[in-house]
Design a protein around this ligand. Sequence first.
Ligand code: IDP
Ligand code: MG
Length: 172
Amino acid sequence: MERTLIVFKPDAVQRGIVGEILSRFERAGLKIVGAKMLNPDYKHYFEHYEGIGTLKTRKGDKIFEDQLASMQEGPVIAMVLEGVEAVEVVRKMVGPTEPKSAQPGTIRGDYAHVTYSAAASINRGVSNIIHASAEKDEAEQEIAHWFSDSELHDYQTVHERFTQPAPHKAKK
Ligand code: IDP
Ligand code: MG
């Protein structure tokens, strides 16, 4: 089963909308296998956003530094979710990076509206509620960066009954 990292950013935590967003993932049947609140330092975010995410290389110094400062505005809640093709499914639910372009129905489209240019004018990374790993390889690196093995848990959900081999045969 595939795993992906999500991080509720300071804007989600401070707006008090973590619970209702999390319920979307639970409703879809994704399984929480790790969860914690933390306040990471610059070094941790540097590795997350540049070492793994190449944000500085892709978008330049200003956007990178604005983004790291925005993430340090308060604690975040990090989780590892597990499910069938979880990386792609969670990204689909989260929507594209810029809230203005994110469709209604996605988390970024439903809970935010801001633009890159508005964010640049106030020296912030664009506030888009939640981080989600973009690729399988990125997810593996991010999970190892945010969670130790002992913080990831193994248990059965009722939903897994429907993602595992059927025990029965059709009745004739
Ligand atoms: P993603 O979060 O959708 O994967 P990335 O390109 O990996 O997008 O960027 C990481 C985060 O950095 C974004 O979620 C957003 O908060 C911020 N960011 C990315 N590009 C821009 C930009 O052009 N302006 C402002 N903030 C940006
Ligand atoms: Mg990314």
